[in-house]
Design a protein around this ligand. Sequence first.
Ligand code: SF4
Length: 279
Amino acid sequence: MRKISAKDIQECVRRLAQKANFSLRADVQRAILAAFRKEKSSRGRKILSELLENARAARNDSLALCQDTGLPVVFLEIGPDVDLRGVDVAAAVQKGAAQGYREGFLRTSIVEDPLRRGRPKFGPCVLHTAFVRRKGLKVTILPKGFGCENKTQLRMLPPTAQKDCVEDVIVSVVKDAGPDACPPYIIGVGIGGTSDYACQLAKEALLRPIHKRSRLKHVAEMERSLINRLNRLGLGPMGLGGSTTVLGVNILTYPTHIAGLPICVNISCHVLRSASDVL
Ligand code: SF4
């Protein structure tokens, strides 16, 4: 068994919180560069080149990619060989995230009471855990900005809904977001499960490299079709027009009940931040 201490977890989350905020994911960076080469609007090309310059400056000078440093969502995937006996895992994650944000001079963005609001703090973050077959403890952090999180929508479709209807729902959610969530977007979609699980899947879908299509052929086809449809909307970089409205569409599916079809669409802005490590 692999014994992992609270200190190991805290240090890992601290490091990943800063890495995610300072270094744009390589797949996102490549997608912006590819979009820059294809973008038809000159204003769109200028914006995309500024996004690349912003990413370069953030990485080189250890600066936040965006002033909205997000609400950190942490995923722990626990393998069968991991021994966490006696470890307060949740506390270690919260301490690591708060330390990473504080020491990295990353903005505090979390209000402790969602109704009374009050002064923002460094935490707590949202924590998801899963037991997996892979060995080790995989730690992933995804700081989610709320300009785009606010555009998330859950729809409970009837079980008879066809592929076209599902695609139309996803397109309508992006249309509703319009320019408000800092496009070009990466769209995470969760289909199936229960209402809450569809939302979790939509968030997890954002963790898959955006150039990789689903392993399920019919789902990969839907992703390609949606990328084409969404880029024809003409919203463009920062909503100022152009042929790059989305950089990618990632869909995750899960078995669901015979009587329903939950769909959650989670929109990420161009600053899709996440970082992972395995302990
Ligand atoms: S939506 Fe994204 S790019 Fe826009 S302010 Fe929020 S984190 Fe920054």
